[in-house]
Design a protein around this ligand. Structure first.
Ligand SMILES: [Zn+2]
Length: 385
């Protein structure tokens, strides 16, 4: 059944508001390009949005060619602050930002997040209290908190649903736990999904509507943006590529299986291989930045091999989803070119040529902060619960 004219207008209005909330200020031309709507449709809807006060218009001083300064649009922001929290496997980061996502305080604490959910949630609350204190912001002026969790979250129950992927958190409802500790409104998402959202709105994937973000860290997870939207799957467990079998009878994985992708290319496993090759890195693996090491040909080969293993799994994912871009993030991505070249090699070999010839493969533009930036983006743009 085709949509009525009113439904079409409402859909277009929603698309424009979403596009503007995700990244602003934006010109009418940019909104037209990002939503795929005709310039005349955008102009009409923007006129209504300006009249109702939902967006405001300002001159930027940039002159587009001749004469008239280009005019940009922004959503009207309520006063107050947002909190973003990124739970990694080995750290917690948090940021306090204005509702326009300008960060006013930020901090990180190293912690074994997997070991105890209640301790990790307590430490997150202490970190947030410290940020508020440092910035002189009263807790009741926080409008919303968003947190990324490194595990699958059931969309219906809000529980961490896997006893095999994040065992210390199984059955925990992080949203309720954070509301109890911080008060106010809290939204929760998977960490790789938030990093995908951040790269799509502020990073490497701003001009594509279909992308896969891969977090290659102590765990391996993927976040999906499909048709311009964050895709969580029917039950919130999309993108759990870390437990794809890549080596029959291989090393034991924390999920109980043998030979998972994660047991072969996690940052801890790459660190173990570097040690075995007589190359003890200067840092412990909870902070393993490889960029300074890849000039060494042995390191480059180890990293390229990890890239090939990762690329084998990403080839199947690309065959299924046909994304325009793969964005590689997490600490492993600090290895840069040798890692990306290993991934490309596997895609050329295992993905369909129609896909491997076109898909762009890039390092994360936001680096280790992608999850935190994504949490603030979600806090700014999520619909009211
Ligand atoms: Zn596994």
């Amino acid at each position: 059944m085709s949509a009525t004219p009113n439904q079409r207008i409402e859909r277009s209005r929603r698309a424009i508001l979403d596009a503007l909330n995700e990244s602003f200020p934006a010109t009418r031309q940019e909104l037209s390009r990002r939503t795929g709507l005709a310039p005349s449709t955008v102009a009409g809807i923007v006129r209504d949005l300006l009249a109702t006060g939902l967006v405001h218009e300002h001159e930027t001083g940039d002159h587009a060619g001749r004469g008239r300064p280009s005019s940009r649009l922004s959503p009207r922001r309520p006063p107050g602050y947002l909190v973003g929290i990124d739970f990694g496997h080995r750290h917690i980061s948090a940021a306090l930002a204005s509702t326009a996502q300008e960060i006013v305080a930020e901090g990180t604490v190293p912690l074994d997040v997997d070991a105890s959910a209640s301790n990790a949630l307590d430490q997150a609350a202490i970190l947030v209290a410290d940020l508020l204190d440092r910035a002189g912001v009263p807790a009741d002026s926080v409008r919303r908190t968003a947190a990324g969790i490194p595990g699958p979250i059931n969309q219906t129950t809000g529980k961490i649903q896997s006893a095999t992927i994040l065992a210390g958190w199984a059955g925990v409802q992080p949203r309720q736990e954070l509301i109890a500790r911080l008060g106010g409104e809290v939204v929760i998402a998977n960490d790789a999904e938030l990093a995908a959202l951040a790269e799509h709105t502020h990073g490497a994937g701003q001009n594509v509507s279909d992308l896969v973000y891969v977090k290659a860290s102590h765990g391996i997870g993927a976040g999906l943006i499909l048709a311009g939207r964050r895709y969580t799957g029917a039950y919130g467990a999309s993108g759990e590529i870390g437990h794809t079998l890549v080596q029959e009878g291989g090393a034991q994985c924390r999920c109980g299986q043998r030979g998972c992708l994660e047991s072969v290319v996690s940052i801890s496993e790459v660190w173990r291989q570097l040690i075995a090759a007589g190359l003890p890195p200067s840092e412990r693996p909870d902070n393993l930045f490889l960029d300074a090491l890849v000039g060494n040909p042995v390191v480059a080969r180890i990293v390229a091999d990890a890239g090939r293993q990762l690329g084998r799994v990403l080839s199947d994912l690309c065959n299924a989803l046909d994304p325009a871009m793969l964005i590689i993030g997490g600490e492993l991505a600090t290895a840069g070119d040798p890692l990306l070249e290993g991934i490309r090699e596997s895609l050329r070999r295992f993905a369909q040529p129609a896909i491997s010839d076109r898909v762009q493969i890039r390092s994360s533009a936001l680096g280790p902060r992608a999850g935190l930036v994504g949490a603030l983006t979600l806090a700014a743009t999520a619909p009211a619960p």
